[in-house]
Design a protein around this ligand. Structure first.
Ligand SMILES: [Zn+2]
Length: 290
């Protein structure tokens, strides 16, 4: 019996590899009953091989609690349904692909520079430490900041941030699976600079503001690989946006990390996020954690 057999039996819709962009090889995706019932966003991934559930928005869930939430059945019935589940044997994804840098990546231009300065960043410093570049006029990804994702000193993937003020433009666009040599969602942006203490944020701008020692999960939610990487550091501080949903994720991550040796803190800054925090606040944060 497989988990997908149970889903079929109970008429629970799910997507398999290739049917939706959230659905990677080795996974099936469901609507998360905890944060996206009938949303058709398919945030809740089930690992066919490892037999666990992880939602991109609200984190890990047990099979039993998830089935209870979807069906309304009592725990005993759900446990009974799940008792004969066997993990599928999946061929491992090839870990290394080939890195493809988008066309037009070059030194940052005045427009990029202005955008960064407006947000209170020093473009020269960002180029030096974080190796950012720019994309100007281009058919794909025009007018964006190019942010390489560096692992052990080597660029293995990338993301880009639009410098447009228009709300219609997607803010972040990252490398697809075919364009990266290591999947960016398995890495922590900025980890090369971390020593004993880690400050965990969601975006590169937060990392730039806090400086070396901070990492980003690159987007909403975190993967199991990222969680495992975080547990290696004995002192961990989570510093997500102050808005409600982000704080829910922070709380969840805090709970998950607290199960491991070491200390975990959830830090809430005064402003909306670390990227917009004052130098004084950042100084205080670095002093306490790093
Ligand atoms: Zn969820």
């Amino acid at each position: 019996m497989k988990f997908t057999d149970i889903l079929q039996q109970l008429n629970i819709p799910y997507k398999t590899e290739g049917q939706h962009h959230h659905c990677r090889p080795g996974w099936v995706n469901l609507d998360c009953p905890f944060c996206g019932k009938d949303s058709h966003k398919w945030h809740l991934g089930y690992s066919l091989e490892s037999n666990y559930l992880h939602c991109w928005v609200c984190g890990f869930h047990t099979l039993v609690e998830t089935l209870m939430e979807i069906t309304g059945y009592p725990p005993s019935k759900c446990k009974n349904l799940l008792k004969d589940i066997e993990p599928a044997k999946i061929k491992k994804e090839k870990p290394r692909g080939k890195l493809i840098i988008p066309k037009g990546v070059d030194k940052i231009r005045n427009a990029h520079r202005r955008y960064l300065e407006d947000r209170g960043f020093d473009p020269n410093l960002l180029q030096k430490i974080w190796k950012i570049q720019g994309i100007g006029l281009a058919s794909k990804l025009p007018w964006r900041i190019f942010i390489p994702i560096i692992y052990h000193g080597k660029t293995v993937s990338w993301t880009t941030r639009s410098i447009s003020k228009s709300k219609k433009v997607t803010r972040y666009i990252s490398a697809s699976a075919k364009e990266e040599s290591i999947p960016h969602k398995s890495l922590l942006y900025g980890e090369d600079y971390v020593e004993k203490s880690i400050i965990i944020t969601e975006g590169p701008f937060d990392v730039w503001r806090i400086g070396p020692g901070a990492v980003a999960t690159l987007g909403v939610g975190y993967s199991l690989e990222q969680l495992i990487k975080m547990t290696k550091y004995p002192k961990r501080a989570i510093c997500f946006d102050s808005e409600k949903e982000a704080q829910k994720r922070a709380k969840r991550l805090c709970d998950e990390l607290s199960a491991f040796d070491g200390k975990t803190y959830n830090i809430q800054l005064d402003g909306k996020d670390a990227a917009s925090a004052s130098p004084k606040e950042i100084k205080q944060l670095r002093k306490e954690i790093i």
